[in-house]
Design a protein around this ligand. Sequence first.
Ligand SMILES: Cc1cc2nc3c(=O)[nH]c(=O)nc-3n(C[C@H](O)[C@H](O)[C@H](O)COP(=O)(O)O)c2cc1C
Length: 391
Amino acid sequence: MRNYPETLLDPGQSVVVIIDHEPQMYFGVESASRRMVEDSVTGLAKAAKLFKVPCILTTVEAKSFSGLMASKIQQIYLNVQPIDRTSINSWEDENLKRAVEGSGRKRIVLAGLWTEACVAFPALCMKQDGYDVYVVTDACGGATKNAHDMAVLRMAQAGIKPVTWMQVMLEWQRDWNNKDTYDGVMGIIKEHGSAYGLGVEYAETMLKASHNSQKDGGTRMSKYPILLSEGHFGKVVTKNRIVMPPMVTNYCDENGSVTPEYIAYHEARAAGGVGLIITEATCIDKDARGFTTQACFDSDDQIPGYKELVDRVHRHGAKMACQIFHGGRQASIAKDLVAPSAIPCNLLGMVPRELSVPEIKKIVQDFVDCAVRVKKAGFGTIGFTVVFGRG
Ligand SMILES: Cc1cc2nc3c(=O)[nH]c(=O)nc-3n(C[C@H](O)[C@H](O)[C@H](O)COP(=O)(O)O)c2cc1C
């Protein structure tokens, strides 16, 4: 069947540019509710990530005037450094232009503040330079409604296409049979799709209720009202009290980074109804592991992978904790087995080297750094910090 790639947006041809979603620019927005604009651009940014559409971030005078790119967007693109400019027209900035050209894409999807300047100027120039330009109007804001509307009108007259963020995402999805992105789209709709998102949640609840009552006549699980009631773990609230304890899977790679198998393993358990999943012992240092493909979170480069894991689990309503860990005298693959004292453990029987005080301080700092990464990746709680080798 024909899918009209020359007419409708296709993820393989698109590049998203998010312009000046910075605090100072938000303060001046009066064309629409600022919360709505922020929600729309966040939905757009998540959709771009889901569909692997390159997303370029740019700011104007971030440090001296406008403030940093909105944190909700930066959280989605932790490894993307916004291109900071002095020019109002981002298309007159060589770095921005190079980034767009470097994407190799000809369809530019723009969202920015304000519509009448930072969006309209580059949009008109990009159009003149032969690009097919789309402006996501609900992810843009202007100083007044009139300013926003007139800017959209002017752009439309020049052949630039006004669209909305949900429309862009649905255009990329095109068919609900595209299973790779189906769950992700639904998750984004639930988070940012307002009434439609509520509708999706309602439909899912009703379907689940009818499925459960058909499966067990409504009696089997209802025998466990406490188990199925909300759980409270510190500040983390879980939908039930079913907790998956930490269990080493060895599904990560040699660096301890997340792999598709590792994600699928956790997602299957979240889909099965677990309320809280605790990761396997996730090392703060590659050399402190017990197994060669055990999880390890000792580099910022791993944050996007762990974030993907958390997002996929969250989609099923489960919460996630990360158990951060140092293997101590049971770090069986360590080249240098260390412990507070040179006493062998009963399990491995090897004599560890006694740590010096500076080395202990370094391990403490590694725990702190790892905990910061865990938080950045979106884990609900930093599970249970342990130093092994007690046995
Ligand atoms: C294969 C396997 C891997 C495990 N990995 C961890 C781990 O990474 N961290 C941890 O604290 N406990 C680990 N455990 C212990 C489990 O979390 C523990 O067995 C679980 O809490 C269930 O307790 P139970 O066996 O007393 O029912 C592991 C257990 C197994 C069987």
